[in-house]
Design a protein around this ligand. Structure first.
Ligand SMILES: [Zn+2]
Length: 457
């Protein structure tokens, strides 16, 4: 298997540290808001990549963190007049809902920053002792000039960084490219006691700590969005290699950004569609197909038309699979895979072994779906069906469950709410109440509010 390693900029043969086992760390969300579709790209991509490694026989240990203490969380908590933990808890629950809706399997470990503060303090103490960090009035900074290899991951030169960076008002660092490991608490901010006074961890240090605590000082793959290469991943690498004096992540994988009309999809630009909205509108399979339709390293342009087209293609595929399944009898058992199946499996693995080329794997899946429709050979149809539903579909997490499970319930309930509204207008309360009661019997509760009728399961 070959993957592009951001550290070398080359497509390299992937050889895990320990035979048969792959340890991966993916940077997870800062939990302070609903997640937009663009943010789901790393989670969906590396969920599928992990499934593929498992399909290839590896044992995979996947870790993805939650950043549950951060400036953005604190700002949101102050806005709402609640504590930061409440904000973090709320959006962690939302993350699980989104992940389930997108068919993303949980990682093996989901560590949270606030659960690792002791280890973070210990890590920082060690960096200070080794001469890589310094204390400045309650803050602790990493001294970039002390780490010779700084800039290698992002391909930036230290001199350029010094010219480009500025010391912001209130920062006490010696040099503009240095970054905070520990931040002294300002008034009303959550804090932990530390050798440097009350404060909290900086953003970068948490990932160095949680990844090495769980996966070891050297692990196989560090992954995330390409927007994290600098400064986040550059800094993680500097901290970890400075402390342990050995390779941190052996391979770095980065997915491209999702763009909205050419610019990055982001909360601050306000141009985003939430995952919840996307799944309701297009379904899980269409969203995943959309993500896989471009190579993971390339940018992907979000457009409603594209997703609509994707939904049409995926619905056709699902209908073919469902129809075939409905007519399935017991007459096609197979004791072993036919040479034709082996050939298709070899093709599938050839594509995904080549830097996880999902667009080619998707074309193969559609070729097989067409085989189900067009072949005149019943055995061949069955084999194609089997490959899509039970073999390749589950690797990408699409076409793996009957489509009815991603059914648009919202749309259907809205039709009934509209009908009930009409009956009420016509003062036919018998009928309008009947709709309400029968929905209630199904577990759907209607609520009349000043903003119209709402419903809940
Ligand atoms: Zn991280």
């Amino acid at each position: 298997m070959r993957i592009t390693n951001t550290l070398t900029g080359k497509k390299e043969e992937f050889i895990p540290q320990k035979e048969g086992e792959v340890r991966i760390y993916v940077c997870g969300p800062t939990v302070y808001n609903f997640v937009h579709l663009g943010n789901s790209r790393p989670a969906i991509t590396f969920d599928a990549f992990r499934r593929y490694l498992e399909y290839r026989g590896y044992k995979v240990i996947l870790t993805q963190n939650f950043t549950d203490i951060d400036d953005k969380i604190i700002v949101k908590a102050i806005e709402e007049g609640v504590n930061a933990t409440e904000i973090a808890e709320r959006y962690i629950v939302q993350y699980w809902k989104d992940s389930m809706a997108l068919g993303i399997r949980p990682a093996n470990f989901h560590p949270r920053t606030t659960h690792y503060v002791d280890e973070i303090i210990e890590f920082i103490q060690d960096l200070i002792a080794k001469g890589y960090a310094y204390v400045a009035d309650g803050d602790v900074y990493f001294d970039v000039s002390a780490f010779d290899d700084y800039g290698r991951l992002s391909g930036r030169k230290l001199e350029e960084l010094i010219v480009g960076a500025r010391i912001q008002p209130g920062e006490k660092k010696k040099s503009p490219e240095d970054f905070a490991l520990w931040k002294a608490a300002k008034e009303n901010e959550p804090y932990w006691e530390s050798p440097w006074g009350k404060g909290r961890p900086g953003w970068h240090i948490e990932c160095s700590v949680m990844s090495t605590c769980i996966l070891g000082e050297t692990f196989d793959i560090h992954a995330g969005g390409s927007d994290l290469i600098f400064p986040h991943h550059e800094n993680e690498r500097a901290q970890s290699e400075a402390r342990y004096g050995k390779t941190f992540a052996r391979y770095w994988m980065h997915n491209g950004m999702m763009r909205f009309a050419g610019s990055k999809m982001s909360k601050s630009l306000g141009n985003f569609i939430t995952i919840k909205e996307a799944v309701r509108k297009y379904g899980k399979d269409a969203v995943r197909y959309f993500i896989f339709s471009k190579h993971y390293r390339s940018p992907i342009d979000y457009s409603e038309e594209m997703l609509q087209e994707t939904k049409t293609a995926v619905s056709r595929g699902n209908k073919i699979l469902n129809d075939f399944e409905a007519n399935l009898d017991e007459s096609h058992p197979f004791a072993r895979k036919s040479p034709w199946m082996e050939e298709k499996i070899a093709e599938f693995t050839e594509y995904l072994d080549d830097d996880f080329n999902t667009p080619k794997a998707l074309s193969l899946i559609f070729e097989l779906i067409n085989e189900i429709v067009n072949s005149t050979d019943e055995q061949r149809k069955f084999e194609a069906y089997h490959l899509v539903r039970n073999e390749f579909g589950p690797v990408l997490g699409l076409f793996d469950i009957p489509e009815s499970q991603s059914f648009d319930l919202d749309g259907l309930v809205q039709i009934l709410i509209d009908l009930r509204g009409q009956f009420r207008k016509e003062k036919n309360f018998e009928k309008s109440d009947e709709i309400r009661d029968r929905l209630m019997n199904l577990g759907i509760k209607l609520m009349d509010t000043p903003e119209g009728t709402k419903w809940t399961l």
